[in-house]
Design a protein. Sequence first.
Length: 293
Amino acid sequence: MIKFTDPNEKPDRASLTERERGIYDQKEHVAQKFIYPSWKSLVFELKARVAIMDAALALNSSAAGFATFKQSKCNEEYWIRKNNGGFLLKKDAAPSKAVRDIFINGDKYGFECATAIIIILYKAALEILGDEVFDNKFKELFLYSWNFDNDLRLITVNGKKDSFSGDVMYFKNPDVDPQTPEWQGENVVKLEQSLFFGHGISILSKDQIIERLNMVRKPGSTVSAYLEDQITYPDFSYWEKMAGAEPPNPGTPPEVTAMAALPSAPLSSISPAPAAAGAVVARISGRTMVYAR
C-alpha cells in the first residue's frame, strides 16, 4: 500500500507509463505500507526501477560474456583489470563512456554475475542521472562485488516476502558441486511477468533458474536451490538528491519507513540509520542492512 507523508498529496496514476504503472500497482496491492515524502519521489523511484530493468535487458542483449573472477576480462582502453578479477576505472577515462562501453563492446568483457549486477546498477544510474552528474559523482569506479558499492548506496532487506520489478535478488545453491563453485548461487534482477535476469543464464522464470542450478549440485544431492527472502535496491532518495531534487527526508528510504508496519520487534541503535518497529537497521559503510522480524 502506497502512502504519502503529506495527506494532501494525491497520486496521478494516469500520468505513468505502462511499465511504471505495473510497478506502482505491485506496491499498491500489498499489505505493507510504503510511505513516500511526495508523488514526485515515488515517480523517481518508478523511473529508476524501469531503468534497472532496461539495463539488465541491455546487458542480456550485449556480447558481454560470463567468466569467473580468475578469468575475467575488460576493455583496457577504459579499465585496469586487478588481480582479484575486478575492473578499476582508468584515471583519464570518463565514467559514463566506460560504463556504456561494456554494453557496446561486450565481446571485450567477461565477468561474474555479482559484477554484472553492479554494472547494471551503474548503467541505470547513468541513464537516470545523465552523463554530467554521473561523471561527477562516480569518478573512481571499481567493478567487482557487493563489497565495493558504497557510492551506489544500496539497501538490503532480509526476511522480505514482497519483491518488485527492479529489485536485485539471489538464488542460493547450498549443495553446489565443488567442481563448479561459480554456481553456488545466482544474482538476478527481477523483471516483469515473473521473470529474472541473471548474467550467464539469461532471462528465466524462478522455476527454470532453480532447475538450472540443481543441475550443478553434488552428485546424489537432494537439497534444492532456492530463492532467498532477501532483496537489494538502491537508496532511491539518495539518487533523487544526486539528480538535483531535495526530498523532504533524504536518507530515510521508504522501505525502512515501511518496516513500521511489520510486527513489533526490538529497535536498533547500532547505527545512525532510522530504525523502526519491526526491523533492525544497520549501516555498514555506504550499505544499509534491514533485518525484518
